[in-house]
Design a protein around this ligand. Structure first.
Ligand code: ADP
Length: 452
């Protein structure tokens, strides 16, 4: 087992990894930017190193600084969290080159799955259905338009290197296509340094359903059930739940099998997620595989009782998976809300600032993953997630009631948050009925942004 793990991240996920290390008896190293010197992850780690000024590209994204920090402090492994360098194959290679274990998949696996067009090809080879679209990346607008006509409008143009909803454009008809194609390419180049895009049919009413994968170095790959992440704004997840109200046992089995087929094919080790779109007719389509721990991993932890971060660390050190997922059965019902420091009334504009009062909800089946505390400053340089509120109940009804009361008693003052907005969404008849798709928020946003 590792002696000392450096966490190449900040915020709630850095704290989450520190907790897992503590339980495993492993020392920790925090890295931080000048904006984060008062952060809890710095306070709770055994060792810490300042790696630069606030902007991510000058600190959390600087590979040589992070490797140097690991070397100086004698860390023998690095956990990347999510975002920043978590899916950067060069970072993985730099770790390996410095004799430091990267807690995650190999650079090759990250490269393969990070190229969405290549991942689609692999899925097709394995008989995993994909959304109808171009066979690979296309660079000529004329060819792309030809393909769009063949598959039928509306279509979605996606960055091959995409993530976080960036570099995606929907084109409703041939007229709008040329502009959307160029915009998606520009956005992809700016965000990922790679202008490659491909075209897919834009599905009308899909749910986003993803499967949690865990694998070890001894050839074992399994899934731990699904998460439904259909409540999204601009293709970004806001609420996740498990089990998905849209799955029955047969569908769960075939989607789970498809996910495991893909992950097994590349001998996946550690935590990963295979994402699908599911249409109301029960047809599902592979979208992409994320090769890291996800923001929404606590949903699966509450629904299975397994600690996914500890398991990531164990499997990276060569241990076999410590559990089996029997009978595809998730326990009870789990819901997670992402709480952001954003103003829904101002188009979800980020609201950095100082937290003047903080009181988290509690009680049975309530979990809060957060790095905020009274007096802490939310810097403007990073994403606006300030807490994840996860509730578990014996039934979906109980989980809904628990989420409502937990949101009601969640006190965060000093910055505007999405708590009242989330409360309105949770109460919406469509969400209560479990019948939402990925366009649910878009259809209802005006109503909900005006929440008191
Ligand atoms: P990213 O990696 O940027 O998060 P994804 O490929 O995971 O992008 O897609 C994010 C979201 O975009 C999906 O959850 C879904 O809401 C929407 N989306 C992606 N592809 C399609 C499609 N073909 N049809 C309809 N919606 C789509």
């Amino acid at each position: 087992m590792f002696k000392k793990v450096l966490i190449a991240n900040r915020g709630e996920i850095a704290l989450r990894v520190i907790r897992a290390c503590r339980e495993l008896g492993i020392e920790t190293v925090a890295v931080y930017s000048e904006a984060d010197s008062e952060s809890l992850h710095v306070r709770f780690a055994d060792d810490d190193v300042c790696i630069g000024p606030p902007p991510g590209r000058l600190s959390y994204l600087l590979i040589p600084r992070i490797i140097a920090a690991a070397e100086i402090t004698g860390a023998d492994a690095i956990h990347p969290g999510y975002g920043f360098l978590a899916e950067n194959p060069e970072f993985t290679e730099a770790c390996v080159g410095s004799n430091i274990t990267f807690i995650g998949p190999t650079a090759e696996q990250i490269r393969l799955m990070g190229d969405k067009a290549a991942a689609r090809k692999l899925a097709i080879e394995l008989d995993v259905p994909v959304v109808p679209g171009s066979p690979g990346a296309i660079d000529s607008a004329d060819n792309a338009l030809q393909i769009a006509r063949e598959i039928g409008f509306p279509v979605i143009i996606k960055a091959a290197a995409g993530g976080g909803g960036k570099g995606m454009r929907v084109a409703d008809d041939a007229e709008a296509f040329a502009d959307s194609f160029q915009l998606a390419r520009n956005e992809a180049l700016a965000a990922f340094g790679n202008a490659e895009v491909y075209v897919e049919k834009y599905l009308a009413h899909p749910r986003h359903v993803e499967f949690q994968i865990m694998g070890d170095q001894h050839g074992s790959v399994m899934h731990l059930g699904e998460r439904d992440c259909s409540v999204q704004r601009r293709h970004q997840k806001l609420i996740e739940e498990a089990p998905s109200p849209g799955l029955d046992d047969d569908l769960r089995r075939s989607m789970g099998d498809a996910a495991v087929r893909l992950a097994s094919r590349i001998n996946y080790v550690g935590a990963g997620t295979v994402e699908f779109l599911l249409e109301p007719d029960g047809k599902f389509y592979f979208m992409e595989m994320n090769t890291r721990i996800q923001v929404e991993h606590p949903v699966t932890e509450m629904a299975t009782g397994f600690d996914l971060v500890k398991e990531q660390i164990r499997t990276a050190s060569g241990d076999p998976l410590s559990f089996e997922f029997h009978g595809n059965q998730l326990r009870g019902h789990t819901i997670e809300c992402r709480v952001n420091a954003e103003d829904p009334e101002r188009n979800f504009q980020p609201c950095p600032g100082t937290i003047t009062a903080y009181h988290p909800p509690g009680g049975p089946g309530v979990r809060v993953d957060t790095h905020i505390y009274q007096g802490c400053v939310i810097p403007p340089h990073y994403d606006s997630l300030i807490a994840k509120l996860i509730v578990h109940g014996l039934t979906r009804e109980e989980a809904l009631g628990r989420m409502s009361q937990a949101l009601d008693s969640f006190i965060v003052e000093g910055v505007t948050t999405t708590i009242p907005f989330l409360r309105t969404v949770i109460d919406h008849p469509d969400f209560v009925a479990g019948s939402v798709d990925t366009k649910f928020l878009e259809r209802n946003l005006a109503l909900m942004a005006a929440a008191p």
